[in-house]
Design a protein around this ligand. Structure first.
Ligand code: ZN
Length: 353
């Protein structure tokens, strides 16, 4: 069985083409990350580099875009990306909220390409609100960027991806400890995004997906179960709907079908200038795939109506039925068709559920 889930990000995000830009727009002041626009010009900004800790000078002139430069040091390579990482953590800690991703679950049975079955479920996006958020908490065996306690009392670890994503080993550990974890991907976000835009991106629109999420894990199991049930159910129906013949000599029997009606009548056809009789049962069966030399029909689900001839002597029995009704049909060969046996319903047994 193939199992797949895709996490959906419906919002367009600001994919910026200046990722390579290392210009520093955020610095550290009094232990907090601040944007260059919120500080005084020059050394009076009292800021340090988020990465190397060097003293910064705010350059807010009229020519270039306002930015920070290292004072008495070479601008370090990773200042801007570290700044974004720290800023993202600070934003979530300040705002105590984060948008959770919409997730599409799809499970499909690929064991047979004749009758593929699938189930799916869509979980829409929602805003998680937190009672508390802690940055870089020391946990047993790991240290997430953030851990948050939501208003329902559930814990959520949050990882911010700027250059390093949660790798497979870390992801497996998180699944093993059954601890909810969200990863927010800022790798494609400009390092020089103004504060308001960065806030919007971090809280709502940047791509994000769950490394582990209990509710989704349980839904996945439920969908797997639903798919199994569906496969069993449909396979049984298909199995039962197939004529059971033994070298064409013994009658079909025990076919369980949903009977939806019948027509029994006789009369004289002026057109044909002869007596006629009709005796048909109508029942529902699964849509079936067919292959011949000339065509092939593939189907995956649903039902179609079929009809079969019935002995007129069953007329009174049929009159007493409350349609639709699940019955077992018994057959006998229809007389007069030579080698190609045609079948006639000879008896009906109502299945009591
Ligand atoms: Zn630096």
């Amino acid at each position: 069985m193939n199992v797949s889930t895709a996490q959906v990000n419906s919002n367009e995000i600001n994919l910026i083409n200046d990722i390579e830009k290392t210009e520093l727009h955020y610095g550290i002041k009094d232990g907090r990350v601040v944007h260059v626009e919120s500080v005084t010009n020059g050394l009076d900004c009292e800021c340090s580099c988020p990465h190397c800790g060097s003293q910064l000078i705010a350059k807010k002139g009229n020519v270039r875009v306002h930015h920070f430069a290292h004072y008495n040091a070479i601008d370090c390579e990773h200042g801007a990306e570290t700044a974004i990482h720290l800023m993202a953590k600070q934003i979530i800690a300040d705002r105590k909220a984060v948008q959770l991703p919409a997730t599409y679950f799809h499970k499909m049975d690929l064991d047979t390409n004749v009758h593929p079955h699938h189930v799916n479920e869509f979980i829409p996006t929602k805003l998680a609100m937190f009672e508390s958020v802690e940055e870089e908490p020391v946990m047993e065996g790991y240290r997430p960027d953030l851990t948050a306690l939501d208003l329902e009392g559930e814990w959520l670890d949050i990882e911010i991806k700027v250059t390093h994503e949660v790798d497979d080993v870390k992801a497996k550990d998180q699944i093993d400890r059954q601890r909810n974890m969200l990863e927010i991907n800022l790798s494609q976000v400009s390092r020089t995004l103004p504060y308001k835009e960065l806030e919007e991106v971090v809280l709502y629109s940047a791509p994000r997906h769950f490394i582990y999420y209990q509710e989704h894990y349980e839904l996945t199991l439920a969908l797997e179960e639903e798919l199994e049930e569906k496969i069993t159910y449909v396979n049984n129906l298909i199995h039962n709907a197939k004529p059971k013949t033994n070298s064409g000599l013994t009658a079909k029997c025990d076919e369980a079908v949903m009977l939806i009606g019948y027509k029994i009548g006789s009369g004289f056809s002026t057109k044909q200038q002869s007596d006629f009789k009709i005796a048909h049962l109508f029942y529902v069966k699964p849509v079936q795939s067919k292959d011949t030399a000339n065509f092939s029909i593939h189907s995956s689900r649903g039902f179609e109506v079929d009809q079969v001839d019935v002995k007129e002597t069953l007329s009174s029995k049929l009159e007493g039925l409350d349609f639709p009704v699940e019955v077992k049909l018994q057959y006998e060969p229809k007389p007069g068709f030579g080698r190609r046996t045609k079948w006639l319903v000879s008896d009906i047994t109502v299945i009591n559920i």
